[in-house]
Unconditional design. Structure first.
Lengths: 207, 457, 457, 207
């Protein structure tokens, strides 16, 4: 189970923290605390029962001023019809292939630490394109052991090459984009694999 | 006509250009920054391509990123919208060098009109009045007095160097001029190391009136009437209308005809706007030309039925205009309200955040150009324009009634908007009488303005 | 002018009337059934009053409930919208008896035009062509042959009594007539106990064209052009456009002028519509008059700039029309798509439910008249109209391009709509060529129609 | 704390239960169950801490396909501004003074069993107006013991009186609407109080 305290990128829209919000008294905070606790200890078990029984998409319960809503994306449930054939994307939808909008963290050197798959705790994030242009991987790069920041190739922007670098120490996996493909900014272009775990041979520099 | 256009902009204008492409049967690719992934234009586009991070300098303002995106997606033209790279002659030239078409005036035209000072001289030479001023720098007090006499008081003393109000004084008489000259010279010398001064006529209570023009590659040009943009807050337009209540029909016709004649003579090409100041007596003075589509273009579209963005694209594609001045019919009255994410009650501080609920107003004569939808997150990185509420009606009173009613229908929840200032405007006597001048809102103060409206209602 | 109007209707037309009230500065009270508590008009109204349960007979169709609501809320007039009580002369009379104004033709006018047969005779007497038929009932075969000869084949044999197709035959020659007469007589006798027959000219591939008129209390009347409503499915209009592609400009002018002249002569008052069938040769035949605002009125508003609902209210308030025929200018082309909650792929079964997400299209020339919003629950008790997507452009081709692009923008999630049939229509050759006739969609079959469009794309 | 099982009117939008939803396997249900349980046991305590700390309006956490969102109404937090002064009502909002739209249950006799306050389990529902018109209560009706269906007054519709009847056995409470008021269909016009509980004197006919 993920540790809640370490999940800032999954916690969206913490609004109201701006300076326009009035100061809150200890009593108000206590009342809120009690209300949320009632939700957690009293209602959640009942909700779980309801949701799992009928394949529901969404359920919402109110308790005083508080609401709790549980929902799954519509696609997972298979209901909801659209007028157009196009996929109408919800903003910042879970599982969508991009970093959260509220925390864009491009690094200055043209690579991105938090790539589109960075949220996947299981894998090593792929190398992403630093710009929009034509992808040129280094020949024979796949399978090499690299350090974070090592050059894996370039993206050609009107003749100016922009470096594609390894986002972390690891082993270069297969190419996601083909050499010569047009790629967009932030697009994953080269897969990365984790280094072999302890016990396997290491070059000694990996912490 | 083009096959595929890259839209290198965001927000409502990206959507507007997309709609023009659709109508012309041209594919539209939207270039977006990481912060604009969820915007409506991206969702509706035939293709969308991320060109960089939220920082506009690395996305919307990056000429290499934009041009590379056009090449990668197989576009044959780039529409820059407004702002960003839209009037950058260097960008237009690089676009051309990559065998793409810049949708706007060609680079050599942009270059010709790049300097405001040079543009004023050029268009003055083609018959447009500019603000009267002294003949060059003031040699001495006697020269200043003579020139002020010729221009007519009040006059503005302006330093040749710098800006920011230093060394600048408005004077109403010879006595004031003589006193102020010394002060201005010393201020200017202290501030800029250059104490040369010149004079310009002071326009009290001026109005901002602009003329929309369209000129094809073959020198055929038409004007599409004028717009009054006098309702401003700190030089930002917030409400525009057409026709201007400041001028008679004859004066409007004269203004528009002079503008298009001068622009064609000076070699302008594509869609553009000539901006004028109009004084209390109805004299107009050319100040600058905008070589792009403008935010307030819809009020002209409502009055003429002509799609300005489609016209812009057609001209850039080399098509002849296809109509003449006598084909252009202007009917009724149109008003546009700029709906901004800013807090009118807190010094118009810009806002951002999630639009919890959005509902556009509708009905006869109402048009809402906006990229909002329920659940859309307004990013904090760009301008605060959320959309434009436009109303047309056969006459000004009905247009005001309609736009007021539409404003009551508009729902933008979760984000603070400048709707209160519009409500206040729409019941304000100066506005209702058509007497708004560019300085009025700032002179009264927005807070006092809002309070007065609240009392009056 | 009135002070307070009760809007005794629902859905998009309640919202439309509300907007007209706002523009006129009149307060609007919305009368609603229990099922319509959450509708947009109720939320936007100055006051809203529940008049009964979902069952329309006990709410929107209940004259006592509607009038009592008007009295309780202090209204001085009632707008009935379309459908429900809008053409009920008895209701209009009771409204008047309670010192309220019925917004529509006065009850004596409604009464005069209540019978279709009587209306046809009345307007024929004032110069409108009606479908040619035999001079009364057919006495014998010889009489039938002579009359058929005079009318011209093909002719339709119709029984005097009843309907539903029994005793009815279309014949193309004298030989067919003689055979069919016997069959029809026996069928009619069997079905209705009355074997009297008459003849009417058979109109093959007819089009439905209607003329919008407005006549004030003082007998001043204008027409506002015609609308073509030939795109129908089982006699339900689903797409309307103006001008009609079926007639030349001269023929359209003649039709409209004849219509307004006859209506004024026959004593019509307020806004109304004269419906005609137009045959392949362009001959037009009056069939009936609609004494109300119609669903498709916005396309006329888009072409003329005249607010028809405001006009209706002004006329009912006793105001003179205020403009003459020469003031009415028609420009460009307008198309309306009726967006219905029905499943085009399942025999147009009507739907209901929660609109999970709604986003109206926009841009130049686009108007969406709809009461939807994200989260609105469409009740299952009433008609399936969700809204009307209207597009105006300078010409028909651009209007089609615009409405197609707008349809692509429209988002109605959570409920099945007839958007697929509109998509199919907008790429159909018969429609694109302006050749749609009222029977075409049913003759081809909607399923085949949708499939053909899918193949063609 | 309210018993979750007895709160059907507070549970909104249980969508996805319609026949378009696909059958779900036991494994899928189990996976959902586990996901929701993780939310309840792992994330809620962390959320409570976050929410009460900063006077937040809303917080949302994702776990796999599931989202949990806690929110207070905007007004309570003092942020979020509306364009119009008017209250924009959500459809079928809990606590709103009308019966759920999906289940209109007017009775044929002109009275309504399920009046606007019928959802309140604690009290006896008030008598409601059977029509739109002028309210005419019977003089001196307050305080009387009545049976369901007994006449309490009328609503005058263009001179035609429509009976206001007792929705249940009980004691007539104070008038909610005044005599002569204009009232709308379904509007509560006369309060009702429950009969005295067993042990108090009864007229013998109350079950």
């Amino acid at each position: 189970m993920p540790d809640p305290a370490s999940m800032p990128s999954n916690v969206l829209r913490p609004r109201g923290a701006d300076d326009a919000a009035p100061e809150r008294t200890a009593a108000e905070r206590d009342a809120d605390h009690r209300a949320v606790e009632r939700l957690a200890t009293g209602l959640l078990p009942a909700l779980i029962g309801r949701l799992t029984a009928g394949g529901l998409a969404e359920i919402e319960v109110r308790e005083g001023d508080w609401k709790v809503r549980l929902r799954r994306p519509l696609e997972a449930v298979g209901i909801g019809r659209r007028v157009t054939d196009r996929q109408f994307r919800l903003p910042a939808q879970a599982g969508q292939a991009h970093a959260p909008l509220s925390h864009p963290t491009p690094s200055r050197d043209g690579a991105r630490q938090a790539g589109p798959r960075a949220a996947d705790p299981a894998g090593t994030p792929p190398a992403t394109s630093p710009a929009v242009g034509i992808f040129r991987p280094l020949p024979g790069i796949a399978g090499r052991r690299v350090h974070a920041g090592d050059r894996l190739g370039a993206v050609d922007v009107l003749g100016m090459p922009q470096e594609v670098v390894a986002p972390a120490d690891g082993i270069v996996g297969p190419l996601i984009a083909e050499a010569g493909d047009g790629v967009e900014y932030g697009q994953p272009v080269i897969d990365m694999r984790p280094l072999p775990i302890a016990g396997e041979p290491s070059d000694g520099e990996v912490a | 006509m083009f096959h595929r256009i890259l839209i290198a902009n965001r927000g409502e204008i990206a959507l507007r250009v997309l709609r023009a492409c659709r109508q012309l049967g041209v594919e539209a690719v939207v270039a977006y920054s990481e912060a604009d992934r969820d915007t409506l234009a991206v969702q509706l586009a035939d293709e969308a391509i991320c060109i960089g991070p939220a920082d506009a300098r690395r996305s919307y303002l990056s000429a290499p990123a934009v041009i590379s995106a056009a090449l990668v997606t197989g576009c044959d033209a780039i529409h820059p919208g407004y702002g960003f790279l839209s009037e950058d002659d260097g960008f237009a030239e690089v676009v051309r060098a990559h065998d793409l078409v810049f949708i706007g005036p060609p680079s050599h035209v942009l270059e010709r009109f790049a300097s405001k000072e040079a543009t004023r001289r050029l268009l003055a030479a083609h018959g447009l009045p500019t603000i009267p001023g002294s003949d060059g720098m003031l040699r001495d007090d006697a020269h200043a007095i003579a020139e002020a006499e010729r221009i007519g008081y009040p006059v503005l003393i302006k330093p040749s160097a710098g800006g920011g109000g230093k060394g600048m004084r408005m004077v109403r008489s010879q006595r004031e001029l003589e006193t102020a000259m010394k002060l201005c010279r010393s201020e200017a010398r202290a501030a800029f190391g250059d104490d040369s001064l010149y004079l310009e006529r002071w326009l009290e209570d001026n109005r901002h009136v602009e003329v929309q023009i369209a000129v094809d590659r073959y020198g055929s040009g038409v004007h599409l009437g004028e717009r009054d943009c006098s309702v401003q807050r700190r030089h930002q337009k917030i409400l525009e209308e057409s026709p201007t209540p400041a001028l008679s029909e004859t004066a409007r016709a004269e203004l528009c005809e002079k503008a298009i004649r001068a622009a064609v003579a000076a070699g302008y090409e594509n869609v553009g706007t000539l901006e004028f100041l109009v004084d209390r007596e109805g004299n107009f003075y050319f100040i600058e030309i905008n070589c792009r589509i403008q935010v307030e273009h819809p009020i002209t579209e409502m009055r003429t039925g002509i799609d300005l963005v489609a016209t812009q694209i057609r001209i850039a594609a080399g098509e002849p205009l296809g109509f003449t001045q006598s084909d252009v019919r202007q009917t009724g009255h149109a008003i546009e309200l700029r709906i901004n994410a800013e807090d009118a009650e807190n010094d118009f501080r810009p806002g951002a955040g999630v639009v919890e609920r959005y509902l556009a107003p509708g009905g006869p004569g109402i048009r809402m150009d906006s990229h909002l939808y329920s659940g859309y997150e307004v990013p904090p990185f760009y301008d605060s324009l959320l959309g434009k509420l436009i109303a047309w009606a056969p006459d000004r009173a009905t247009a005001i009634a309609r736009v007021r009613s539409a404003l009551d229908e508009l729902v933008v929840e979760g984000i603070v908007t400048n709707v209160p200032i519009h409500r206040a405007l729409l019941v304000n006597d100066a506005f209702l009488d058509g007497r708004m001048t560019t300085n009025l809102l700032d002179r009264v103060g927005s807070a006092a303005f809002l309070a007065a409206a609240a009392r009056g209602q």
